[in-house]
Design a protein around this ligand. Structure first.
Ligand code: P1T
Length: 399
């Protein structure tokens, strides 16, 4: 590279991805080998066994850690596997966690059903309100965990402010950066101690790979995560690492279009009589708009709204779109929509994270935006069909 400090787009394509020195191939090969020959017992070239380290995984880890402005990165088999490792690395029995009032249902389930029974206490607190955080604070509080923008309410947390508040009390701040991606927001540079991702979403970007990632700058924390990754073994396959890496190369251009399409969709929904309220940080009336403007490059591709017709109308509407697919997940080229209370956030029902059943979440994709708006318009305008409204749809607990 040149003497200039490379920009995001350049790093996304080149960081950790030098051409193969043996063949000149412009892409590093995908290393499928599970094990590595040693010249003498214990003497090797940096790789012993693919659970503990793999060159393709390493390449992704360098690429994404650099994009996050972090010293160290670790790729996992899913977002939840990355979260699990981070929770284990940061907390032990007797410690206390503060989880923001809005978060992915699976994150809540991991904390509530897997970590809490091992002796980790937690409370839900509104991280956009420092008084609320202070009121829930305990001497044993070690971690504040936030998503910003959050899933599914698109809430915004001031990362710099909460990092300062958390550090002043001797605890650490984790930011789930899945919705923003490092192209739109870099939490480590704003003071967060760790970033976590579901790379299944925008980073992979094509609905064809499940993966997770965490990035940190403290070498002791990094050592602990590396130990846990090897000891518990939730590693991604080399092919999956390659797919995430390939997705990241086009992240900047995809995110620009996701943001543009989402802003247009949010504007359309704001004027629709069947929409009671639009949740999108790019709207001037959003409570986190000014903070988002400060800490994000743009406002992202996710839009949620409250259906004016109530739960039955929301459930009917998500069934009626033709381009937006009714499906869990988000962040890929194709537009998706879902009903969080019955789908992605079913695990949080009856908790403080329970989602309003009027809520519909859109992952605005890269199709022609006029087609997307026309699709939403016809689904929102659909005449009520009383017979179809009461049928329960996929309220399974696995989302
Ligand atoms: O699905 P997985 O790769 O394990 O990632 C979990 C996860 C973590 N953090 C956030 C903010 C997420 O949105 C997710 C996964 N979310 C969905 C599948 C969804 O549809 O919301």
């Amino acid at each position: 590279m040149t003497d200039r400090e490379p920009g995001f787009e350049t790093l996304a394509i080149h960081a950790g991805q030098d051409p193969d020195p043996t063949t000149g191939a412009v892409l590093p090969p995908i290393h499928l080998a599970t094990t590595y020959r040693q010249s003498a017992a214990g003497q090797h070239q940096g790789f012993e066994y693919s659970r503990s380290g793999n060159p393709t995984r390493r390449s992704l880890e360098i690429q994404l850690a650099q994009l996050e402005g972090a010293g160290f990165g670790f790729a996992f088999a899913s977002g939840l596997a990355a979260e699990d490792a981070l929770l284990r690395a940061l907390l032990g029995p007797g410690d206390h966690l503060l989880l923001n009032t809005d978060a992915y249902g699976g994150t809540f389930r991991l904390v509530d059903k897997v970590h809490a029974p091992t002796g980790i206490a937690y409370d839900i607190a509104d991280a956009s309100d420092l008084d609320a955080l202070a009121a829930s604070w305990r001497e044993s509080t070690k971690v504040v965990w936030v998503e910003t923008p959050s899933n599914p309410l698109l809430g915004i947390v001031d990362i710099r402010l909460v990092a300062e508040f958390t550090h002043a009390r001797g605890a650490r701040l984790v930011v789930d950066n899945t919705f923003a991606t490092p192209y739109l927001q870099r939490p480590i540079l704003l003071g967060a101690d760790a970033v976590v991702h579901s790379t299944t979403k925008y980073l992979g970007g094509h609905s064809d790979v499940v993966g997770g990632f965490t990035a940190v700058s403290d070498p002791h924390l990094a050592e602990r995560i590396a130990f846990l990754e090897n000891a518990t073994g939730a590693v991604p396959s080399p092919l999956d690492c390659y797919l995430v890496q390939r997705g990241i190369k086009t992240l900047a251009v995809r995110m620009d279009r996701h943001c543009r399409n989402a802003a247009a969709v949010a504007g359309f929904l704001e004027d629709h009589p069947m929409v009671a309220r639009v949740l999108y940080p790019g709207l001037a009336g959003h409570p986190g708009h000014e903070i988002a403007q400060r800490q994000m490059r743009d406002f992202g591709g996710m839009v949620s709204f409250l259906h004016a017709g109530g739960e039955a109308a929301a459930v009917e509407m998500v069934r009626r779109t033709k381009i937006f697919a009714l499906a869990e997940s988000l962040g890929a080229v194709e537009s998706l929509l879902e009903h969080p209370a019955r789908m992605t956030h079913a695990a949080a029902a009856e908790s403080r994270l329970a989602v309003d059943p009027h809520l519909v979440r859109l992952s605005v994709g890269l199709e022609l935006v006029d087609d997307l708006i026309a699709d939403l318009d016809q689904a929102l305008d659909a005449p009520a069909q009383p017979g179809g409204l009461t049928t329960a749809v996929g309220a399974g607990p696995r989302g």
